[in-house]
Design a protein around this ligand. Structure first.
Ligand code: URA
Length: 436
């Protein structure tokens, strides 16, 4: 691009005009190469925040971002590969259950997962809380593991979508993180680079979600589905509730214990319902069957123990200590604990999931900066779910940490985070909508 022109292109977007494919591709390539300075890109991102992008502009931008780095080719793994992504939530351990359910039903799962900033670690941090488990494997080892077990989950490679790394860092310091089209491009560029043939998106909504209100969550889902389909990858989004933490456990090892419990046929009902829905949709896309049939097959894989066997095989192949899965009590939990107590009698009517997540972060379950260390044994176990009867003085949650001072801070953060009502509330709808 002639860089004298870039201010004109910013001006075009400022007026709400659509940019051409060439303008968008040049912008992404030149920004990634350092030829467009941060101050100009900041102005463009802000113009996008106010003026938005058409579906065409958004798909072009996302594909240009995808092409800024390595694009994984999964073609040497036989079969239709269906990827899954969650926009994140508190206690969201779904990938670790859904992946084995799908693999055990005959659709290969070759999944790259991020490490989390924020509340708790990402999926890879959760897996690496199992002693010995290695998420940093080469593509060769990854493909071999998928061929052997039908499933492997590895950390994102360093050169995946460098355009997003630069743009996200800039958005973070220019007040442009919360733009729906920019979030959609950021997420979908990484999904498209990860090489799946089809994509199921879990777009969470509620107090613990990236976007709290349903309207915004549906809009994000709609934009991401349009990008995926526009890029030639069949994409379906499921809007799921994050009005309270998913399951009881929040924190890396605590969540792995809950994953094992669920894969053995027990575990919390909401986890089982959400995971069956997501796995059912992945099987529907992967096998060309109905969503209902997909859910039946996914549930069968769970109750028969076949999904558990896949999880065990994946942990073993990636170096994890399988005895910690067979005897999950061997996964050490942080030693200092404290209780969050109900203040009155009644029914639990609401839990601020965002605050539960933030408190888990304070306890040490997450990382504040890319460099900080996670305390794998820290976190929170909810003792009550929305709709349960509570009595004043009864524990609503138990907190675990390795540092006394963190416990005090987390308990202070949680004061008033639960609402108790005299009437039993309506049950939460877990799968709120499906966007195709
Ligand atoms: N997750 C991403 O990967 N990007 C965003 O912009 C927001 C959430």
């Amino acid at each position: 691009m002639n860089h004298g022109r870039f201010p004109d292109i910013i001006g075009k977007k400022k007026q709400g005009l659509a940019l051409s494919d060439e303008e968008i591709r040049d912008m992404i390539a030149d920004y990634t190469a350092g030829k467009i300075p941060d101050y100009q890109m900041s102005a463009m991102l802000m113009a996008i925040c106010f003026r938005g992008l058409t579906d065409r502009e958004l798909t072009t931008m996302t594909m240009a971002m995808r092409d800024s780095g390595e694009v994984l080719d999964l073609s040497e793994i036989p079969g239709v590969k269906v990827d899954k992504h969650s926009t994140g939530g508190v206690g969201d351990k779904a990938t670790l259950i859904v992946g084995p359910m799908v693999a055990a039903s005959g659709v290969p799962v070759a999944k790259m997962s991020g490490r989390g900033l924020g509340f708790t670690g990402g999926t890879i941090d959760k897996l690496e809380s199992i002693p010995g488990f290695c998420g940093e494997i080469s593509n060769r080892e990854f493909f071999r593991a998928v061929r052997k077990n039908g499933i492997s989950i590895k950390g994102q490679t360093g050169n995946l979508v460098p355009a997003d790394k630069k743009m996200y860092a800039l958005r973070d310091v220019t007040g442009t993180v919360d733009s729906i089209p920019l979030i959609a491009a950021s997420i979908m560029s990484k999904k498209l680079a990860a090489g799946g043939d089809k994509i199921v998106l879990d777009v969470t909504t509620g107090s613990g979600a990236l976007i709290g209100d349903l309207e915004g969550s549906v809009e994000l889902a709609r934009r991401m589905v349009a990008i995926g389909n526009g890029a030639g990858r069949e994409t379906v989004a499921m809007i799921t509730s994050m009005e309270e933490p998913l399951g009881f456990a929040v924190g890396n090892r605590l969540e792995i214990r809950e994953v094992v419990e669920t894969l053995r046929g027990g575990g919390p009902e909401d986890v089982r319902i959400v995971c069956t829905a997501l796995a059912g949709m992945m099987l529907s896309l992967g096998k060309g069957i109905s969503y209902e049939e997909g859910k039946e097959q996914a549930l069968e894989a769970l109750v028969s123990g076949r999904a558990y066997e896949r999880f065990l095989a994946m942990v073993e192949t990636q170096g994890g200590d399988v005895s910690c899965i067979e005897y999950p009590e061997r996964l050490a939990i942080a030693e200092i604990s404290g209780e969050l107590l109900a203040e009155e009698d009644g029914y639990l009517a609401g839990v601020d999931a965002g605050r539960i997540g933030a408190a888990a972060g304070i306890l040490g379950a997450g990382r504040e900066t890319k460099e900080s260390e996670i305390d794998a044994g820290a976190g929170i176990v909810m003792k009550k779910k929305v709709g349960d009867r509570v009595r004043a003085g009864e524990p609503v949650a138990v907190l675990y940490t390795s540092q006394e001072e963190r416990l005090e801070r987390a308990l202070a953060h949680l004061r008033g985070c639960c609402t108790v009502a005299g009437e039993k509330p309506e049950p939460l709808k877990l799968v709120v909508d499906i966007i195709r």
